[in-house]
Design a protein around this ligand. Structure first.
Ligand code: ATP
Ligand code: MG
Length: 470
């Protein structure tokens, strides 16, 4: 049976036009004059796709969309917006529209959007049979901030909306882009990363769109562009803020027309590609400085997604640390070490200017250098300027603690920093670390640890409780 499409528009001419077009394409077509009418048609008929105008008297397109998403979240919804209102498009995508089309549109454009929406519905029904759960397993975190990101991924992944991920370097933007692809209906097709600043401006067009043999010096064969490779899948445009204005214009044209030509070719080609882009620049600032096109920004950032820096979600540091300890223990073929509680405290008080990537490097080095199962603060290489002054960690030059562990002498700490902590805190930290070290040496036997520390079992038990050592 051919798919049934419901066309919702208050203008008779538009309804008629779409009805003729869609019937010619072999679809069954229903029409409705406004949101209310549409809801009753949906109740009575089995509809596979809705195309709706946004502005209508009574129940408008956005309201209709939200209502439908509650009862039939997988029913694809395409919204038709006026050319001049990118905000409407953004709102529509936020409410879960599959895609949007701006008026005036080309017949080919609407045909290709409909085709890909119906494909995606089919894929999602098949996918749902096999893999119901969302795949975030490789993104570590439990803070409310990262949960919010997971929410956004779940909501945006099944749509066809272009997503712009922005945030500081090392926050996990690429990981998020992959998660969106994996959780989308295009997950079985290619995810093609395109590192914008790695492609010279003169080659960009040919890399993106492909070229034909002899079209320029060096074009010795026909070449498929990256966008064609990503057909029915996702193209990930990384470092989008680095694109030159000339390249931005070419990319914008492709996004508007949904078609392109290979360099040197006359044939017009079409692809169905979802674009996820990422940047660590402030694009709004770049727009003001006239280095980034505003119209391109609106095409790319239909759904903007901010990756918070690690210092705003310190709650994830312990889990990430554990993850990287395990990862690098395996890499270096060692037992999984522990971080001393003071070393953990040092991390919790650190700002991580390089975000998760920096934490990963810190732990990698810590594991590589560790000679026992306990990693102490001196094995953590942090940028001094980003340690919190009031909690400045103190590296204690204590031969008992250091020599057997690292064999290297720790860097000397300025005397003022030492005093800033106060004697009591230094002693407590030292004591905690000695106990943790003894427990590791004694294979967690409190009796043996007490012997090593030359204190009574009871006193050790008391201190373990007091310092909350596990
Ligand atoms: N939540 C996370 N869980 C596990 N690993 C993570 C997480 N976030 C980031 N990483 C790891 O940190 C490193 C940096 O992440 P990624 O490359 O995605 O960052 P980015 O935001 O794209 O950085 P840049 O702007 O420098 O390209 C990667 O090795 C990635 O696997
Ligand atoms: Mg990146």
């Amino acid at each position: 049976m051919p798919p049934t499409i419901l066309v919702v528009d208050d203008e008779l001419s538009m309804r008629e036009f779409l009805k003729i077009l869609l019937t010619k394409e072999g679809y069954t077509t229903e029409t409705a004059v406004d949101g209310e009418d549409a809801l009753s048609k949906i109740e009575k008929n089995s509809i596979d796709l809705v195309i709706s105008d946004i502005r209508m008297p009574g129940v408008g397109g956005l309201e209709l969309l939200s209502t439908i998403k509650q009862s039939q979240p997988t029913l694809p919804f395409i919204i038709i917006t006026a050319f001049a209102s990118p905000d409407d498009a953004v709102q529509a995508m936020k409410h879960g529209a599959y895609d949007y089309i701006t008026k005036p549109f080309k017949v080919d454009e609407i045909k290709s959007v409909i085709h890909s929406a119906l494909e995606s519905k089919k894929n999602s029904e098949e996918n749902n049979k096999e893999t119901p759960a969302a795949l975030f397993h490789n993104i570590i975190g439990e803070s409310p901030e990262i949960q919010h990101v997971f929410d956004q991924i779940s909501r945006v992944a099944p749509t066809h909306a272009n997503v712009l991920i922005y945030g500081e370097s090392g926050t996990g933007k690429e990981l998020i882009a992959q998660a969106i692809h994996q959780n989308s209906n295009a997950s079985r097709n290619h995810f093609v990363p395109i590192i914008c600043n790695a492609i010279p401006e003169s080659l960009f067009e040919s890399e993106l769109f492909g070229h034909i043999k002899g079209s320029f010096t060096g074009a010795t064969t026909n070449k498929l562009g990256l966008l064609e490779l990503a057909d029915n899948g996702t193209a990930f445009l990384d470092e989008i803020g680095e694109l030159s204005l000339m390249v931005q214009t070419k990319l914008l044209r492709f996004l508007q027309e949904r078609e392109f030509k290979r360099v040197g070719d006359t044939k017009i080609r079409k692809v169905n590609v979802r674009i996820i882009s990422a940047t660590n620049r402030d694009l709004e600032q770049e727009i003001l400085a006239k280095r980034f096109r505003e119209d391109l920004f609106y095409r790319l950032a239909v759904v903007p997604l901010r990756m918070p820096p690690l210092r705003e979600r310190k709650g994830d540091v312990p889990l990430l640390t554990q993850h990287f300890l395990e990862k690098y223990a395996q890499t270096f073929n060692k037992e999984v070490p522990q971080l001393s509680s003071y070393a953990m405290e040092v991390l919790m008080n650190y700002d991580f200017p390089g975000n998760v990537r920096e934490l990963e490097n810190i732990i990698e080095r810590g594991v590589a250098l560790s000679t026992s199962n306990l990693i102490l603060p001196e094995s953590l290489t942090l940028a001094d300027a980003h340690r919190k002054a009031d909690e400045s960690p103190v590296e204690i030059d204590s031969p008992q603690l250091q020599t057997p562990l690292s064999g290297t002498k720790s860097t000397t700490v300025p005397e003022e920093d030492l005093f800033e902590q106060g004697l009591e805190k230094v002693i407590i930290n030292l004591e905690k670390e000695m106990i943790e070290l003894a427990l590791v040496r004694a294979n967690q036997s409190k009796m043996k640890a007490a012997e090593l520390l030359k204190i009574s079992f009871r006193s050790l038990r008391y201190k373990i409780k007091k310092y909350n050592i596990n």
